[in-house]
Write a protein that binds this ligand. Structure first.
Ligand code: PRX
Length: 661
C-alpha cells in the first residue's frame, strides 16, 4: 500500500436528481427510510441480517446453522454448514412456478438472429450438458476452463459446472493463447470448454486454435478433454480422443440431472484479474454467499420485477458477466437479453435498436461504451438514441469505471429520456457484486458519484493508519465488515490474498485498492486506483503485467508503463521503452512500436496493447535506481513538469521521452 494517495481527478457535481415517484411507489426498497431501516438492521446485528437474507432468498438442500464463521479471518466463511446448489437456485427453483415457461434468455447473434429460451428449456439444456460431462467422469472440486463467445452455450457451460460442483474459470475470449495457457496451468484444469470461433462485428475470430496453441505450450497434462461448441462450422484441427463436440457430449443425455448439494463455501469459480504484480490473481468465489449477494443486488439495485426485460452488455469473461448475466438474473427469474456482438455493428445504433426491439426495461453497460456511442451519435444523426423508441426503459446502470458527469448526463437525457435513474454501481471482481450504488426508488442521484453503500456493506474512507478521513478529503476505500460475496482467497496463493486485501495497519478491514472521498452528504466519489492497476475501457490491467511482457521481447532492455486519461477509454496505456539497440528514428521507430504492440497483443490480448509507445535511451530514475513513475505520468499526459526533479539522476531523459513515435 503506498503511503501517498495520488488522485487523478474528481469532478464534484452539485446537481442532485431525486428519485422518480413512479419508481419509488413500486420499488423493492421504497424510499430512503426503507433503505435506512435495512442499514440499521444490518448494523445492529450483521450476522442476523445476513442469516435472514440467506434463509429467505436461497433454496437450501440442508439449512445452515451459522451464517458467518470468523475463526479463520481474513478467510471468512459464510453459510459453510448449509448445503445448496447454485444451478438449482437459478433454474430448478422456477420449475414449478409460472416462471418455468417464461423466456430466460433472448439471445441475439452478431448478425441479428434471435433465439428465445424458456427457463424450462434452459434447465433441460444445462442438465443434458451436465450429464454429458458427468459421463466423462468429471466431478465436484475439479476445474474447467471456459473460453467461449457470448452465447447461450456459455451460460449453459457455466451453469452445468455449477450443477456438478466443478469450479469454472472463464477466460475472456479476447485473451491470447498465452494468457489462456497461464490460467489452465494455474488452476490445473481437467477440462477446457471452447468454441470453434467467435463472431464479433462481422468478423470471425478463432478460439479453438488458441486452445490448441495454449495446450501445445506444455504443462497442461491435467487437461483430458476439450469440448467444442460449433458456432460457425469453420473446420478446426482435431485431437482424436481429446476433442469432443459439445452437441455430441449432450446427445442422448437425460434432460434432468440431480444438482449436487454443496457446502455454502464450495468454490463456485475462479476469475483472474490484474493486480499490482506481473501475475494476475485468481479470485476465488464461493457458492452460497456469492449467489445470495448476486440475487439481492438484482432485487435491490435493479429493482427486479417479473415483467422486466433486463440487459447487461458485459461479456461472461468478466465478473460483470458472471454476476449479472449467468447467475443473478437467472436466480431472480428475469427475462434477459444476451448479445453476441459489439455496440457499433452493423452501426452505432445497435444498442438502441435492440432496446427498442426487445423492449428492454433495465439496461446495464459501461461508461466506455457510452462515451464512444456519444461521439458516433453526435456525428451520425441516424444512430442517435432519439431516433429510437426507448420508452420501455425504466432503469439505467453503469459499471466498471468512473462515469464522468458529461457522459452521465447524456446517458440520462438521451437514452433515459430524463425518466430513468442512472445507477453508477461501484464494485470489483473481488467483491462479487455491487457494493456502493444508488437504489432506483430511494437514492437522490449526483452525476459522477456511486452514492451510498448497500445495506450491510460497511464502506469507509480512511488514511494509512486506519483513521476515517474528514468529509471532502481523499483516502483509501475500505470495507470494515465481511460480506457474503467477498473474495475467499487467491487461488493457490493465500499469502498474497492476505497481503493484497488485509494489510495489518488497517485492522483487518478489506482494502479495495481504490482512492475515494465522501462529500458532506456522505456520498462516495471514487477517485481511481491507488496501486499500479489501470482501467482501460473498464478492463483492469496491471502496469507490471504489461511491463514484464515488454521486457521479455528480444529488442527491449527496460520498460515502464503508466496510464494517461483518455476521452473514450477512461485511461490509456503509455509505454516508455529502452531498447537494446540505438534509439530508433522515423519509420523505424514506428515499425518497432508496431512490433511491440503486436507482441503485447499476442502475449496478453489486444486490450493490453499500449496506445502510445515512447523510446528513450534511459528511464527517469532516482540516484538509487528507482524509476520515477510519477514523472512518467506527467510526461505521458504531455504536461509541463513542475515537480522537483532534483533527485533525478538523468533529467535530460524527460525531453527525449516526451516525443511520441
Ligand atoms: O477502480 C475501480 C473500478 O474498477 C475496479 C474493479 O475492476 P474489476 O475488478 O475489473 O471489476 C469491474 C466490474 C465491477 C475498481 O477497483 N470501478 C468499478 N466500478 C466503478 C469503478 N470506478 C468508479 N466507479 C465505478 N462505478
Amino acid at each position: 500500500m503506498s503511503a501517498e494517495i495520488e488522485i487523478e481527478s474528481v469532478l464534484v457535481e452539485n446537481r442532485v436528481f431525486p428519485p422518480f415517484e413512479n419508481l419509488v411507489k413500486h420499488a423493492n426498497i421504497s424510499g430512503m427510510d426503507a433503505y435506512r431501516a435495512l442499514c440499521d438492521e444490518a448494523d445492529r446485528d450483521p450476522e442476523a441480517f445476513w442469516a435472514r437474507l440467506g434463509r429467505e432468498n436461497l433454496v437450501w438442500a440442508k439449512p445452515f446453522t451459522q451464517a458467518l464463521d470468523e475463526s479463520q479471518a481474513p478467510f471468512f466463511h459464510w453459510y459453510a454448514d448449509g448445503e445448496m446448489n447454485v444451478s438449482a437456485n437459478c433454474l430448478d427453483r422456477h420449475l414449478n412456478t409460472p416462471v418455468a415457461d417464461k423466456t430466460a434468455i433472448i439471445f441475439e447473434s452478431d448478425d441479428g438472429k434471435v433465439e428465445h429460451v424458456t427457463y424450462k428449456q434452459l434447465h433441460a439444456r444445462v442438465c443434458e450438458f451436465a450429464n454429458g460431462i458427468k459421463a466423462l467422469g468429471y466431478k465436484a472440486g475439479q476445474r474447467a476452463v471456459i473460453y467461449m463467445p457470448m452465447s447461450i452455450e456459455a451460460v449453459v457451460a457455466m451453469q452445468a459446472c455449477a450443477r456438478l460442483g466443478i469450479i469454472h474459470s472463464v477466460v475472456f475470449g479476447g485473451f491470447s493463447s498465452k494468457s489462456l495457457h497461464e490460467r489452465i496451468v494455474d488452476v490445473e484444469a481437467v477440462l477446457v470448454i471452447t468454441a470453434d470461433e467467435q463472431v464479433r462485428g462481422g468478423k470471425k475470430i478463432p478460439l479453438k486454435p488458441a486452445v490448441d496453441e495454449a495446450i501445445g505450450f506444455g504443462g497442461c497434462e491435467s487437461v483430458s478433454k476439450v469440448i467444442v461448441y460449433r458456432r460457425t462450422g469453420t473446420p478446426v484441427s482435431w485431437a482424436e480422443g481429446r476433442d469432443l463436440w459439445m452437441h455430441e457430449v449432450c446427445a442422448g443425455q437425460a434432460q434432468t440431472c440431480e444438482p449436487v448439494a454443496l457446502s455454502g463455501e464450495h468454490p463456485l469459480f475462479i476469475l483472474y484479474t490484474s493486480g499490482s504484480t506481473g501475475k494476475p490473481k485468481g479470485v476465488q468465489h464461493s457458492t452460497a454467499g456469492y449467489l445470495l449477494w448476486s440475487l439481492m443486488t438484482m432485487k435491490w439495485t435493479f429493482d427486479a420485477k417479473d415483467d422486466d426485460v433486463y440487459w447487461c452488455t458485459a461479456d461472461v469473461g468478466w465478473v460483470t458477466g458472471h454476476t449479472y448475466i449467468t447467475y443473478g438474473p437467472l436466480a431472480a427469474g428475469l427475462t434477459q437479453v444476451v448479445f453476441e456482438g459489439v455496440p457499433t455493428y452493423p452501426d452505432a445504433g445497435r444498442f438502441w435498436d435492440m432496446i427498442q426491439r426487445h423492449k428492454v426495461t433495465v439496461f446495464y453497460t459501461a461508461p466506455t461504451a457510452i462515451r464512444s456511442l456519444i461521439k458516433l451519435a453526435e456525428s451520425t444523426p441516424a444512430v442517435h438514441p432519439r431516433e429510437y423508441d426507448l420508452r420501455s426503459l425504466r432503469i439505467l446502470g453503469s459499471v466498471g469505471e468512473p462515469i464522468n458527469p458529461e457522459a452521465w448526463m447524456w446517458y440520462y437525457k438521451q437514452v433515459g429520456g430524463e425518466r430513468c435513474p442512472v445507477l453508477d454501481t461501484w464494485w470489483q471482481t473481488e467483491t462479487g457484486a455491487h457494493m456502493i450504488t444508488p437504489l432506483p426508488g430511494a437514492t437522490p442521484l449526483k452525476p459522477g458519484s456511486c452514492t451510498l453503500p448497500l445495506p450491510g456493506i460497511a464502506a469507509a474512507v480512511v488514511d494509512e493508519t486506519g483513521e476515517e478521513v474528514e468529509r471532502g478529503k481523499g483516502g483509501f476505500l475500505v470495507i470494515k465488515r465481511p460480506w457474503p460475496s467477498m473474495v475467499r482467497t487467491i487461488w493457490g496463493d493465500p499469502e498474497r490474498f492476505k497481503k493484497s486485501y488485509f494489510p495489518p495497519e488497517l485492522k483487518g478491514w478489506y482494502l479495495a485498492g481504490d482512492g475515494a472521498q465522501r462529500d458532506s452528504d456522505g456520498y462516495f466519489w471514487i477517485m481511481g486506483r491507488i496501486d499500479d492497476v489501470l482501467n482501460v475501457s473498464g478492463h483492469r490491467l496491471g502496469t507490471m503485467e504489461v511491463e514484464s511482457v515488454l521486457v521479455a521481447h528480444e529488442l527491449v532492455a527496460e520498460a515502464a508503463v503508466v496510464g494517461r486519461p483518455d476521452e473514450t477509454t477512461g485511461e490509456a496505456l503509455v509505454a516508455f521503452v529502452v531498447l537494446k539497440r540505438p534509439l530508433p528514428q522515423g519509420d523505424e521507430a514506428v515499425a518497432i512500436a508496431k512490433q511491440l504492440r503486436d507482441w503485447v497483443g499476442k502475449e496478453i490480448g489486444p486490450i493490453a496493447k499500449p496506445k502510445d509507445i515512447r523510446f528513450g535511451e534511459n528511464l527517469p530514475k532516482t540516484r538509487s535506481g528507482k524509476i520515477m513513475r510519477r514523472l512518467l505520468r506527467v510526461v505521458a499526459k504531455g504536461e509541463e513538469i513542475t515537480q522537483d526533479v532534483s533527485t533525478l539522476e538523468n533529467p535530460a531523459i524527460l525531453q527525449q521521452l516526451s516525443q511520441s513515435v
